[in-house]
Design a protein around this ligand. Structure first.
Ligand SMILES: *Cc1c(COP(=O)(O)O)cnc(C)c1O
Length: 419
């Protein structure tokens, strides 16, 4: 791919072009970024190397729920940078205890196990579920199985992609880890059909973010909770993208007043500053973990714990959840008006929307390129779906701006295609 292709349709200046060329030459091509080079960010807005400003409607795939460089988070991180950053878990540090207690309280669980990336937290949930299966449930050694859902996204490790049905993510990476069985998303009957004495857990996303903000049918979370309890199977909610205020509640499971056995958290837990992930569960589950059986050099380090603790304290007040709810209602009603005008369907939960563009009109990628020219950054997924998840510190005017820009992009194209 030449730099000209990468820069594509935009008016990228020479400063951008040089950065893009350098990156493409020396960094592996495992992403296909929009041709924009960002240099700074503040709240819901970012600025590129040419000095142009954009509303960030991707928000680091929800890692930036609190926006870019929230002063309170920067201050806490800076304070900790001046004291202690890394100890390894070979020693105690004075930040992990307060963070662990606060996160346990936020989730209503007894314990947490801190890691770094989301994928590591998912791997941790898988390992702990299996451990629980053998030690507590009494599954025959080596036989444990975990139920997963079609259309899932849980990360990029070899075990995790093994239960993905996205060929782009899996091609030429096998062989994969056995012990997983996949069912259609949101189908509790299908889950029930595959349950037997070997199943230790059901791993699912309460909203499938990478899948295009796909919502399960109403009642799914509640029914799955009942089924898992009845059949002595762990309900493992991957709330890495859906959790921590994005949907208008602390956790997406809260929408049906459901408490899973294991919460899997990441992304916004690091405040957009630092990779921080964790799982949270009760003693009967996390108590199966013994010294030496699992770990991470960076997991639970004092800098991560300080940032994570500040994030949890911010979530305790409920103000970010409320912002997501209020802005989300506005986003839903404005986007809903576009259905039938080049937009086939819109799914919204909190300040999080998946918009299906008519593929006959334009691709999701084209929509994102044209939005970029109008000062809005968003990301397409699965061909013709565009995802919008602005930071929760965005304003009503920001939400209006994003919908007007999208309307302008699709309506302009509609008129052109009718001519
Ligand atoms: C992003 C994401 C992950 C993986 O997190 P990484 O930090 O990229 O490893 C896992 N599950 C869900 C639902 C996600 O959105």
């Amino acid at each position: 791919m030449s730099t000209a292709d990468l820069v594509g349709t935009t008016q990228a200046g020479t400063a951008s072009a040089a950065h893009i060329e350098q990156t493409e030459r020396h960094a592996a091509h495992n992403y296909h970024p929009l041709p924009i080079v960002l240099a700074s960010g503040d709240g819901a807005w970012v600025t590129d190397v040419e000095g142009r400003r954009y509303l960030d409607c991707l928000a680091g795939y929800s890692a930036l729920n609190f926006g870019h460089r929230l002063p309170r988070l920067i201050e806490r991180a800076r304070e900790q940078l001046d004291r202690l950053t890394l100890t390894s878990r070979a020693f105690y540090n004075d930040q992990l205890g307060p963070f662990a207690q606060a996160l346990a309280e936020l989730t209503g669980k007894d314990q947490v196990l801190p890691m770094n990336s989301g994928a590591e937290a998912v791997e941790t949930a898988i390992k702990v579920s299996r451990k629980w299966g053998y030690l507590v449930k009494g599954v025959e050694p080596g036989k444990a199985r975990i139920v997963t859902m079609r259309g899932n996204f849980h990360g990029r490790t070899t075990t995790i992609i093994g239960f993905s049905d996205d060929e782009v993510a899996t091609d030429d990476y096998g062989p994969f880890t056995p012990g997983f069985v996949s069912v259609p998303y949101g189908d509790v009957r299908a889950v029930a059909d595959v349950l037997d004495d070997t199943v230790v857990a059901v791993l699912f996303e309460p909203v499938q973010g990478e899948g295009g903000v796909v919502l399960p049918p109403p009642g799914f979370l509640r029914d799955l909770r009942v089924l898992c309890t009845e059949r002595n199977v762990l309900m493992v909610a991957d709330e890495i993208q859906s959790g921590l205020a994005r949907t208008g509640r602390t956790f997406a499971c809260d929408h049906e007043n459901v408490v899973p056995d294991i919460y899997v958290l990441g992304k916004a837990l690091g405040g957009g500053l630092y990779p921080v992930s964790a799982i949270a569960a009760d003693d009967d589950v996390l108590g199966t973990v013994r010294p030496g059986t699992h770990g991470s050099t960076f997991g639970g380090n004092p800098l991560a714990a300080a940032i994570g603790h500040e994030v949890v304290q911010m979530l305790k007040t409920g103000e970010f959840q409320e912002r997501a709810r209020v802005l989300g209602e506005r986003l839903a009603s404005r986007l809903g008006a576009l259905v039938g005008q080049g937009v086939l369907a819109v799914r919204v939960r909190g300040l999080w929307a998946g918009v299906d563009i008519d593929p006959a009109l334009m691709t999701g990628r084209e929509v994102c390129e044209e939005l970029m020219e109008r000062g809005i950054l968003a990301k397409d997924t699965h061909g013709s779906t565009v995802r919008f998840a602005p930071p929760l510190v965005a304003t009503e005017a920001d939400v209006d701006l994003l919908v007007s820009a999208l309307e302008d992009v699709v309506v302009t194209r509609l008129h052109r295609s009718r001519r």
